[in-house]
Design a protein around this ligand. Structure first.
Ligand code: ZN
Length: 243
């Protein structure tokens, strides 16, 4: 099976459309949460995902959009965007988000937003955190942990020598060779690794290989829509910097 894995779309329709156009032929698309928040087109993004038959999980922004107390932990700009999102989204968008589980199992892969042991909040940015989560996955009989939340493409792979960290460039492939790993596709709608291009990965289950991809999109259009919606200026400006 060939699966496109996307995360942190954040209501950025131009970025999502660029990714959907670049994905090519796949058997499935899995999304890892934060479909909404920050960006200006939550309803259109959810419509696209619904039409494409995308399955996935709920992120902290999606939970907040449904009225969750997650909003209390947001910084002022994220909070302003979330209050706008809550007041803006259609009932059909709310219903679609409400169906998303915190965790989803697909074969030997576990899909979560943040981390396997804390699907809502934990940032997997260090080897000790990755090691603890790989151990948690082992208890759940999951070999691969697919997660987002940090908006940075990265892999943490369990090897004989310990946990190896890999920062994949555009087009980089990782042969998993039966090993356990945490795989982060990076962010479609608000990348934070200094590159403004949308990021995702393709998982080939038979070859047991993950390949990361980037694609440029109309950043100016996404920024324009954020400003037109009256959302905080920084949420528009940061897209061009990839931060
Ligand atoms: Zn996010």
């Amino acid at each position: 099976m060939r699966v496109a894995v996307v995360s942190d779309i954040h209501a950025n329709l131009p970025a999502l459309d660029a990714v959907l156009g670049a994905i090519g032929s796949v058997d499935a698309i899995w999304q890892l949460g934060d479909v909404v928040g920050y960006g200006a087109e939550p309803d259109a993004v959810v419509d696209r995902l619904r039409v494409a038959g995308v399955t996935g999980v709920r992120g902290n922004h999606d939970a907040a959009a449904l009225g969750g107390r997650e909003i209390e932990w947001f910084n002022p700009e994220a909070r302003a965007a979330m209050e706008w999102t809550r007041n803006t989204i259609a009932a059909s968008t709310r219903a679609w988000l409400a169906e998303l589980p915190e965790r989803r199992t697909e074969g030997d892969a576990l899909l979560v937003h943040a981390s396997p042991r804390d699907p809502t909040w934990e940032y997997v940015t260090s080897v000790p955190t990755a090691r603890a989560n790989l151990a948690h996955m082992h208890e759940l009989d999951a070999r691969l942990g697919l997660h987002g939340h940090t908006h940075v493409p990265v892999a943490f792979v369990a090897t004989a020598k310990g946990v190896e960290t890999i920062m994949p460039a555009d087009g980089a492939s990782l042969d998993l060779a039966g090993r356990s790993a945490l795989l982060n596709p990076g962010s479609v709608g608000q990348p934070r690794d200094g590159l403004p291009t949308a990021s995702w990965l393709v998982l080939e289950t038979d070859a047991d290989r993950a390949t990361w991809h980037r694609v440029g999109y109309d950043v100016a259009a996404a920024a324009r829509r954020i400003r037109a919606a009256g959302l905080p200026e920084r949420l528009a400006a940061r897209l061009a910097r990839g931060l």
